[in-house]
Design a protein around this ligand. Sequence first.
Ligand code: KG4
Ligand code: ZN
Length: 387
Amino acid sequence: MIILGIETSCDETALCLLEVNDKEEYKVLGNIVLSQIKIHEQYGGVFPMVAKREHAKHLVPLLEQLMKESDIPTTDVSNPNASEVVTGLLQEFESDLLGNLLSSSLVSKQPIIDRIAVTHGPGLEPTLWVGVNFAKALHMTWNVPVVTVNHMEGHILSPLVEPRTDQSIHEFKKLPQIPLPALSLLISGGHTELVSIEAVGSYSIIGSTRDDAVGEAFDKVARMLGLPYPGGPQVSMLAMKARKENLPNVIDLPRPMIASKDFDFSFSGLKTSVLYALKELPSPLPEASMAALCREFEDAVTDVLVSKTKKALDKHVPKSLIIGGGVIANMHIRQSFEKLAKEFGIPLLLPHNHLTGDNALMIALAGYYSKVATNISDIKATGNLSL
Ligand code: KG4
Ligand code: ZN
């Protein structure tokens, strides 16, 4: 089966062609992520309407590029009236996306694929709609079924695959099985969730953040320190410097909700504590103090994440631990969870360095596991979609 994955939930325009054979072996035919970071950097965060415009501008040329790079066989489009269909859609919904589609090779040649998997939530609703509308328009021109994917399920499954390399393009690789039941901690810019997994597709959220997501807290702290967006990587780089140089601590931060009996989190108070700390510390803050503050913030976040996950491991006794989402790019958090999994004697499934952030490979993979072909007229974007 060949799956086209489409991901537009935030500020990455991502497309992937994934092949899975009947022995459950996979090959990444092509995988493209176009980041909008440089555009949003000037605003200090993602502007949904700007992100939407960028997705609409790039999806069609990126898909043409992906098809070329992956060398996927093509055929004449199934719908002989494809151009008329897209022209009709364009008259109804004026958009760059449809205009680009109409003037592209995609209305005459289609890749030979079995399904289209598209993220329909959670995320920014205006940007999600661009991907969803693209999938619908392709369905109408190519007559290929569409399956919708929950972005967070993509992050859960992301550790199962490796990105494409020049060698891997020539061979299939076994898709590993998740030792079940599993526990997953999802840490991204919009989510902090502990998820109990009975089977692929069967998830229950056992704890989540009551306010800010952990990635959001990293980004907000970075902004207070005058660091560019997205702040997570910047804060973690400074924290790493403080660890390496053994810089003295400048402030003690709280570990919010670490002792609460549930599996919930709260990070907005921690962010406020950083704000108060900055008022006490000299301004402008010397770089060494800034690095030490970043390390203390990273330690506070890590302590809470590890402690809550430990509590969930104790109670649910899963056979594996999966961590997904952009924040698991953080080396200190990665290493802390490696230690925790060792302590419990269970395998830890972490995404490859290139797949921690948003990508369409994880969406195509989740689309492979989705057994139900979704009715096209029911498909819509849902910003607050839950697992
Ligand atoms: O999963 P993701 O790419 O997008 C969402 O679905 O939200 O996660 C993005 C988040 C951002 O908040 C970013 O600052 C954070 O992941 N992040 C990090 C690191 N790299 C990315 N946070 C901490 N340390 C990092 N190294
Ligand atoms: Zn994400």
